[in-house]
Design a protein around this ligand. Sequence first.
Ligand SMILES: C[S@@+](CC[C@H](N)C(=O)[O-])C[C@H]1O[C@@H](n2cnc3c(N)ncnc32)[C@H](O)[C@@H]1O
Length: 280
Amino acid sequence: MKSLNDIQIVSAKGESCGEGGGCCGSSVETLQATGLTEAIQERYSRVAERGANNEIIDTSCCGNASDLYSEGTLQTVTTQAAGASAGCGNPVGIADVNKGEKVLDLGSGGGIDCFLAAQATGPEGHVYGVDMTHEMLKLARENAAKLDAQNVTFLLGKIEAVPLPDDSVDLVISNCVIALAPDKHRVFEEIHRVLKPGGRFVVSDVVSTTEIPDSAREDMAEWVACIGGADLQTRYLERITETGFERTTVLTDNPFSSDRTDDAWRASLRSVTVRAYKPG
Ligand SMILES: C[S@@+](CC[C@H](N)C(=O)[O-])C[C@H]1O[C@@H](n2cnc3c(N)ncnc32)[C@H](O)[C@@H]1O
């Protein structure tokens, strides 16, 4: 990894798109962090603060909440949760969440997908959101209080070491987070550990169909934008099988919202939503 002192996150279009942005490198901003975890926390703290302050986030280079969720859906959560949305899919929309289920959201951010899942589980179910960024956790808890979402709990933690017991949830969701993890195999092992036998995960993530060059992999600015850490799609699906999941299905497969296509590998970035089951 190159030093991150004063590194600039360059627009996915190669031009300034203003402040803000979510998972897709749409902003030019300065990071002070020198380690990957700290860089991720720094970037998503800023996203949380802008969501909390109702600041308009210029997402002209990439997706925003209204690209991923219907207007009616967004009206059921706070504007701050929608404003901090930094996903690349809508896993809850296709996860067929059942009443009474226990759901875990990995990298829950401002909580948007937790609140949508909690509507589907009803009060007899429960949703846990795990995130390592304090500002995101604070925002998510404020949003939960505003929505009086009593069946949602936000936990501070890392997706590589989920603070929940074995065999404890029916469904794991995640939205544009596993691409940020250097050890994806460990994350899938954690998903496998916390799922009940027969449970499933439905995760949206960034992958590529052409190898991402080392220069991008080693660039922390690309990494925190969910690009440098994106797996080759075939590798991503192999990891899932290697971890012991079955019936893996790619439910959605769309071009990643960045429209910078000057390199073949960049043009090959995809936003996919994948479902797989822990054997019963
Ligand atoms: C791109 S945002 C997505 C947030 C949310 N899922 C959404 O759709 O709006 C990534 C989130 O994952 C969190 N995150 C990234 N890596 C993490 C890790 N290893 N453990 C826990 N949280 C992580 C970040 O703090 C941030 O809130």
